[in-house]
Design a protein around this ligand. Structure first.
Ligand code: NAD
Length: 483
């Protein structure tokens, strides 16, 4: 079986060499095809940070083991890490955070064991990076949460919980504020939960979740979140178990999966052979399990745990009274401990059942679509206009264009209603949302909306527009604060 390997930038080649040395010593039945990705590939003029040959190899092999990579600053290029995850639809980012014997934390000292798996949606949310300046003062980021995307990652999280024999699966969210986007994610969570009656499924608002994770992390098992919240919560969990040096991650897709450490290129220690390879090794072990090499994964993990228990450490952690070893020596210590059993969390050695990382080849882009059960209709429009006038003045101008089909419902500024009622204590910026709804919630057409747009554009610069949709009697848009 073959996998693609990209060593990465900074400490990437040092830690990747250490991990591959461990794999070779353990006779892991894998072949490695090295591909060109990273900062130096950007510098050679490839705007997505990888060569066309690298892309082709990864798509053919289906598994990429990668070191950290640097995105050049200020060149207008997008992060190669984010591009890779999105292009290949690795929709679930899975990170398992466990207490490691030998890695001292406040929780290990208090005798509180941690074993939390965070599954983060990996493609949508603000990570679409769809951003615009609407006026000189106002920036807008579009946050996409989709039903098929949410179902895909949530279903994966439930499968993980089942395999892990988890006691609990929790959805972290902010649906109390973002009722439509996070509300959709939460709705999908409980929809999938019905298929897993044996698992206790619950939800916690993300700020409360953060507080509970730092006070009682042992009460959580599997947590699933949208992309940005998941990003923050997973780094918080990394801190609970000893920091970034111990945080592995797997980016799982149906066709291609990417395995990498959570940490970056650590430029401050690059080239010194002192980096901690544990996070990359743990990511590599989840890759071995992903392709069915469970026996190799368990033997190596037990050797790693034994090594940590025996107090061997790189400079970034461990007992400071004992001298640290370097990256190569740490890898050699693990190799010398193959076959040894750690006192805590020893992994059961199950025979390998090798599969193939790329089970099928795609000819077309898969379309993910869910069935609409009720009729959709347009009942109005939000027009985001540039103006530094008072709400009353704006309303007077807008009322002229409402015509027979529309009525001016309200004007809001930064999401707070300022007309027909509001407060003079609400500070304004030079962009506001003018909401028109149809008379008696009658259906209107796109042409009706364009007519309104044309009229209003005589008075204002229209920066952006959103249709107001209804599905049956369900409103597909939020109300302004105070509406
Ligand atoms: P970083 O994770 O590289 O470093 C933060 C701190 O942690 C540094 O002090 C570093 O020395 C230490 N550290 C990180 N990994 C370590 C290890 N294995 N052993 C010992 N110490 C370790 O974060 P940063 O400095 O914010 O980012 C540096 C670069 O990495 C940036 O260009 C960033 O874009 C990139 N980055 C890449 C990835 C990725 O490839 N997935 C992830 C994060 C950051």
């Amino acid at each position: 079986m073959k996998i693609a390997v990209a060593k990465g930038d900074g400490i990437g080649s040092e830690i990747m060499d250490a991990v591959l040395k461990i794999f070779v010593a353990n006779k892991v039945p894998l072949e490695y095809e090295f591909v060109e990705m990273g900062k130096w590939v950007f510098d050679k003029g490839f705007s997505n940070g990888m060569t066309p040959e690298a892309k082709e190899t990864i798509e053919k092999l289906g598994a990429l083991f990668k070191g950290p990579m640097e995105t050049p600053k200020g060149k207008g290029v997008k992060s190669i890490n984010v591009t890779a995850r999105k292009t290949w639809n690795t929709y679930a980012n899975e990170r398992r955070f466990q207490s490691l014997h030998g890695v001292e934390t406040v929780f290990s000292k208090a005798g509180i064991p941690i074993d939390v798996t965070v599954v983060r949606e990996n493609i949508e949310d603000t990570y679409g990076g769809i951003e615009h300046m609407l006026t000189h003062d106002v920036a807008l980021s579009r946050r996409f949460i989709t039903r098929p995307g949410s179902l895909q990652v949530i279903r994966y999280a439930f499968e993980i919980a089942k395999t892990k024999k988890a006691k609990r699966i929790t959805c972290g969210h902010k649906a109390n504020i973002m009722k439509i986007t996070d509300g959709l994610f939460l709705e999908c969570f409980y929809e999938v939960a019905k298929e897993y009656p044996m698992l206790k499924a619950d939800d916690v608002i993300v700020d409360d979740l953060c507080m509970k994770l730092v006070t009682r992390p042992d009460t959580f098992d599997v947590v699933v979140l949208t992309n940005l919240q998941g990003d923050i919560v997973s780094d918080l969990c990394a801190g609970l178990v000893g920091g970034l040096g111990f945080a592995p991650s797997a980016n799982i897709g149906d066709h291609i999966s990417i395995f990498e450490a959570v940490h970056g290129t650590a430029p401050d220690i690059a080239g010194k052979n002192i980096a901690n390879p544990t996070a990359l090794l743990l990511s590599g072990l989840s890759m071995l399990r992903h392709v069915g090499l469970t026996e190799n994964a368990a033997v190596i993990e037990n050797a790693l745990l034994y090594t940590l228990e025996s107090g061997i450490h790189t400079g970034d952690f461990g007992d400071k009274t004992r001298p640290p070893v370097n990256t190569t020596q740490f890898a050699e210590a693990i190799i010398s401990n193959f076959g040894k059993q750690p006192k805590m969390n020893a992994r059961e050695v199950e025979p390998n059942m090798p599969g193939t990382p790329a089970p099928f080849k795609l000819e077309k882009n898969p379309m993910m679509i869910s069935k609409e059960l009720v009729n959709e209709k347009i009942v109005g429009v939000d027009l985001f206009i540039e103006s530094d006038e008072q709400p009353e003045e704006i309303a007077k101008k807008c009322l002229r264009y409402a015509g027979a089909k529309f009525q001016l419902i309200n004007i809001s500024n930064r999401g707070t209603q300022v007309w027909p009622t509001g407060s003079v204590y609400t500070n304004l910026v030079n962009q506001c949302n003018v909401r028109f709804e149809s008379q008696d919630s009658q259906e209107v057409t796109q042409q009706d909306v364009i007519g309104l747009y044309l009229g209003l554009s005589a008075n204002f610069k229209i920066c952006s527009i959103e249709l107001l949709n209804m599905w049956g009697d369900k409103r597909g848009y939020s109300l302004a604060q105070g509406q």
